[in-house]
Design a protein around this ligand. Structure first.
Ligand SMILES: [Zn+2]
Length: 160
């Protein structure tokens, strides 16, 4: 930026505009099946490789271990095990809601029972001293299911 451009910019009035941008994307056959089961039956489905038995959540078309096309499905529990975690203190606008997210909040890589992969999701717990690798958690669902990942508000620590 030249010195002249900087001087021009200094005198400009800045106006913030918030826009709602509605968009749609095609989930393809795998995500269509996944979200239909999610919305209509409140089931979490993973795709299961018939070659090596690995179960993917979210579902994948091709196995990353043996490169076979995956055409089996497996039901996944909404309970799981924390494999990694953190507490986030940096405020940001949550792209899923368009609103600032309250900080601090816990995030974790969670391996749901029946899956061989992890998902990254919010924890109800936000106290690092109460978190540990291997702690058990369960999804807390919204009352109204919309067929979206945000139907799960967060994962709550459970004792088993
Ligand atoms: Zn495989």
């Amino acid at each position: 930026m030249s010195e002249g451009e900087k001087k021009e910019e200094e005198g400009l009035l800045r106006v913030s505009i918030n826009m709602d941008l509605e968009y749609r994307w095609s989930g393809g056959s795998y995500y269509t099946k996944f979200y239909k089961a999610w919305k209509e039956e409140r089931k979490i489905l993973g795709s299961k490789c018939s070659g090596c038995g690995r179960v993917y959540l979210p579902p994948r078309l091709i196995c990353s271990e043996c490169y076979k096309k995956i055409d089996e499905w497996a039901e996944i529990s909404d309970k799981g095990t924390v494999r990694a975690y953190t507490v986030v203190y940096q405020p940001f606008v949550d792209p899923r809601t368009g609103k600032p997210r309250q900080v601090p909040y816990g995030m974790a890589l969670i391996q749901l029972d029946g899956a061989d992969t992890t998902i990254n999701y919010f924890l109800e717990e936000n106290d690092l001293s109460k978190m540990r690798i291997g702690m058990r958690v369960q999804a807390v669902w919204r009352d109204e299911i919309e067929g979206n990942i945000t139907d799960i508000m967060f994962f709550r620590t459970i004792e088993e």
